[in-house]
Design a protein around this ligand. Structure first.
Ligand code: C2O
Ligand code: CU
Length: 488
């Protein structure tokens, strides 16, 4: 049923339709899953790994004979997968060949504020921006996407997003599936709607959480299937949708192993059969296949929840068949998954030296809308803090913090579910719910460039559900915010 409603959101009045959709059972899985190509890189004499990314317009045939105008990195849609090792120096030469300014943000990366690619590192049309940093965090599934203030939703939904995979000595030694594109698959999930050949991003489709499409794609492939040749398959799930929240599981209810979340591997391999991801969140899961069988990665209707988040995932009650896995008649055997994966590098509550509170509403955070020139919070380099984030109304939100990975201490005063016990940089905050987080700010201090924290439902972010924090040396004050643009 189509319900027409008036949503009063952030002072804007939109007429939106709230149609529930389901593609379960209606998907024919006729397209082979595209795997984003590994990004080419060169290594300079000082050991720096150098990547090149060009942001550009293109067109892509998602459906035969229909050419959809798109944006992409080095191609028509999405971007190549960057890969680097802990300790490595990396440099990315970013060329903006779009007709308008944008940025590239390294979501989940611990790096100096000037390299972060947030709204203060704008790249003008025709210009090049070359951030460089040393990878100083554990193996993880990170991603990159534009972050121009007020336009992030538009830039991401046109196709600008890609993965950035980190590995380290420990992850290299663990017996985990790691043949990229074979038994280690990026799964970039987005919802879309077409109007003829074009994407339909019209305001008609807006809910109070933002754009909701009526079908999903994985890695830019509609109705995707993947032939599997190994017993164990690692799926690196990324919710790259701008607003939609998914509850992933398999069509036959089979269990999978959760091995990692946003910031890297968990301490222990954990068996489960559902995992919820809000926009920006990642999960690494491993699923076991038998010869000749098929199973479908599905997003389930969220009112079916039998677990911790029961009925609290709102904003997407809809169900989607996401990706079909088809096992070959004979499969290469995979080593058993290790039960223990490593130690989390996130602080404990006892490390925290101060607390802060963030009240979330669509109209702003702590009653304030984002302002580029205002520093909302100043933190001391080298210290850990406890941030309490409360969703103060019933609209779903989430909360993402740049530069750090945090530990979720509590959800409404209770111990978090298994999927929130790893390192996280983004956490779902259902309506009228409070999450308590602890994180350490140990990057370099920079008194003129802030990092962001925000709701990663991109419509909300663009409306101003974002704030800025600066990391300074002990006793120092935050300076004036500098916003240098890279010009052509
Ligand atoms: Cu993925 Cu501030 O963003
Ligand atoms: Cu929000």
């Amino acid at each position: 049923a189509v319900v027409l409603g008036l949503a009063l959101v952030g002072g804007a009045l939109w007429l939106y339709s709230d149609a529930k959709v389901s593609t379960v059972g209606s998907t024919d899985f006729s397209n082979e899953l595209a795997v984003p190509p590994p990004a080419a890189s060169t290594v300079k004499s000082d050991g720096t790994r150098v990547f090149d990314l060009t942001m550009r317009a293109g067109e892509k045939e998602f459906r035969a004979g229909q050419k959809t105008p798109t944006w992409g990195f080095n191609g028509d849609y999405l971007g190549p997968t960057l890969r680097a090792k802990r300790g490595e120096k990396v440099q990315v030469k970013i060329e903006n060949a779009l007709g308008e300014e944008s940025t590239v943000h390294w979501h989940g990366m611990h790096l100096p504020a000037k390299m972060d690619g947030g709204p203060h590192q704008m790249v003008a049309p025709g210009a090049t921006w070359t951030p460089r940093w040393t990878v100083d965090q554990p193996a993880a599934t990170l991603w990159y996407h534009p972050h121009p203030h007020g336009k992030t939703e538009k830039h991401v939904q046109r196709g600008l997003a890609g993965m950035f995979l980190l590995h380290d000595k420990k992850s290299d030694r663990l017996a985990l599936p790691d043949k990229y594109g074979v038994d280690d698959l990026p799964v970039i999930v987005q919802d879309v709607k077409f109007d003829g050949a074009k994407f339909d991003h019209s305001r008609k489709l807006m809910s109070d959480t933002g754009f909701l499409g009526d079908r999903t794609m994985v890695n830019g492939t509609l109705d995707p299937y993947k032939e599997i040749g190994d017993e164990l398959i690692r799926l690196r799930l990324l919710n790259a949708s701008t607003a939609r929240i998914y509850d992933f599981g398999f069509s036959d209810g089979r269990e999978f192993a959760l091995i990692g979340t946003d910031g890297g591997l968990l301490e222990k391999t954990t068996r489960m059969d559902r995992i919820g991801l809000s926009p920006g969140e990642r999960a690494e899961i491993v699923v076991r296949m038998k010869p000749g069988e098929k199973t479908t990665l599905r997003s389930f209707p969220q009112d079916n929840y039998g677990d911790f988040w029961q009925t609290r995932f709102a904003g997407g009650d809809d169900s989607f068949d996401i990706l079909q896995l088809r096992a070959a008649k004979s499969l290469r055997s995979s080593p058993e998954l290790p039960a223990t994966l490593g130690e989390l590098e996130v602080p404990d509550e006892s490390d925290s030296v101060r607390g802060r509170f963030f009240g979330l509403r669509t109209s702003g955070i702590n009653g304030k809308k984002m302002e580029m020139g205002r520093v909302d919070e100043t933190v001391t380099r080298g210290t850990a803090e406890t941030w309490t984030v409360r969703n103060e109304h019933s609209t779903p939100h989430n909360f993402h913090i740049h530069d750090v990975q945090f530990r979720v201490l509590e959800v409404d005063g209770k111990e978090p579910p298994a999927e929130l016990r790893g390192a996280k940089d983004t956490v779902f905050v259902p309506g009228n719910t409070t999450v308590k987080l602890v994180m350490r700010f140990d990057g370099p201090a920079d008194p003129d460039t802030p990092y962001m924290y925000h709701c990663h439902l991109l419509y909300h972010e663009d409306l101003g559900m974002m704030g800025q924090f600066m990391v300074v040396e002990k006793g120092e004050k935050a300076g004036k915010v500098r916003t240098p643009h890279a010009h052509a």
